[in-house]
Ligand binder design. Structure first.
Ligand code: ZN
Length: 364
């Protein structure tokens, strides 16, 4: 019998969300399988990590290094939403080649588009077809608390009716951007996901289930405008917040990691010095160092990779430093993620979230 595999990315599920909400089904799966707190890819942002999950590879291999990319060669800026940017096949494509059936479910349309290669069946909660609406009811707005519950209910239907050999399901992190782990709304959100997952597992007792997150989420109080900060030191540069997103409702393009592109590369040392001296900046890596340390693709990152401390986000502000009050991610401080494997025939040797998915893809 072919393996039946389900991979779930719960967007923004930092470990503290699981600590503060009772999740009897996940607990049972963890006890019967394996569970660790491991690492996401850094920058701890959605697209980079989802692509690592669906390819089982680091950004150096798959090529997605950011949500938003300034191409040095052409001077053009792109949202990295097109599958054309991917440089290796997805687990769905590899499964398809082995004759397995595949399904992809996401909350957001743009993520579906990025991950869709190799999906025999795909569904997006943002705009589902009439058939699924009839079965699960109409989905709420993409920013509603129920969108992920709707997605899990749709997943349950897809598994029941189509029984794909491998299914990848990715939620959205709107609730985590909005509510801390101890909020009543977070309890309802997490508890609801756990309950539907319990039903899915009960209906698919032999299916391997791999569940992890793309990143966590922290409260941020300091905003830094890196262009203004460098400008004050006489250094002209472009700073691209890696989290930059068309969906600005939640993080307002404020994230804990940025790529900096210098107008004059000879000022690299001065720029590193100016950034390292600023309050709120935790580390600054020149391109080649960043690429080596975080397994990034050097030609698709800035001259500098800048990581904020736990309380700091980068973006555009009226002054170099500003007060903010947002929940966001992108830095090292949102890189701890739960990694759960249930019914897996493989010995767990997981460290990063995508190790888990790479394991699901192995044939031994
Ligand atoms: Zn995310």
């Amino acid at each position: 019998m072919p393996r039946k595999i389900l991979i779930i990315c719960v967007d923004g599920l930092g470990p503290e969300y699981l600590e503060l909400t009772p999740t009897p089904n996940l607990d049972r799966m963890a006890a019967a399988g394996s569970f660790i707190i491991g690492q996401s890819v850094i920058p701890s942002v959605t697209n980079v990590n989802n692509v690592s999950l669906i390819t089982g590879a680091p950004p150096r291999v798959h090529g997605i290094t950011t949500n938003y990319w300034l191409d040095r060669e052409t001077g053009e800026e792109h949202y990295m939403e097109s599958p054309d940017f991917l440089r290796c096949p997805t687990v769905l494509q590899r499964a398809q080649r082995r004759g397995m059936s595949t399904a992809l479910l996401t909350a957001k349309q743009k993520l579906l588009r990025l991950l869709n290669a190799g999906a025999d069946y795909s569904l997006v909660a943002e705009s589902p077809d009439a058939d699924m609406i009839q079965k699960v009811g109409p989905p709420e707005d993409i920013y509603s608390p129920d969108i992920n519950h709707w997605l899990f209910r749709a997943l349950r239907v897809v598994l029941r009716e189509q029984d794909p050999d491998i299914a990848y399901c990715s939620t959205t992190d709107g609730m985590m951007h909005k509510y801390p782990p101890d909020a009543e709304q977070s309890h309802e959100h997490i508890h609801g996901l756990d309950a539907i997952l319990g039903e899915i597992v009960a209906e698919n007792p032999a299916r391997e289930v791999y569940l992890t997150a793309d990143h966590g989420m922290s409260a941020k109080s300091r905003g830094l405008d890196l262009e203004k900060l460098l400008g004050a030191a006489g250094i002209a540069a472009r700073a691209i917040p890696i989290i930059k997103d068309r969906y600005v409702a939640h993080h307002q393009n404020l994230g804990g990691a940025a790529y900096v592109y210098l107008d004059d590369h000879r000022l690299l040392g001065d720029a590193v010095g100016a950034l390292e001296a600023a309050r709120g900046i935790e580390s600054v890596y020149p391109r080649s160092e960043a690429a080596a340390q975080f397994e990034l693709l050097a030609e698709r990152i800035g001259d500098l990779f800048v990581l904020g401390d736990a309380a700091t986000v980068f973006g555009e502000f009226a002054t170099a430093e500003a007060e903010v009050n947002v929940r966001s991610h992108g830095s090292r401080h949102e890189s701890a993620v739960p990694i759960l494997a249930y019914n897996s025939p493989l010995t767990p040797t997981y460290r990063t979230n995508f190790d888990l998915v790479a394991a699901s893809d192995r044939r031994d």
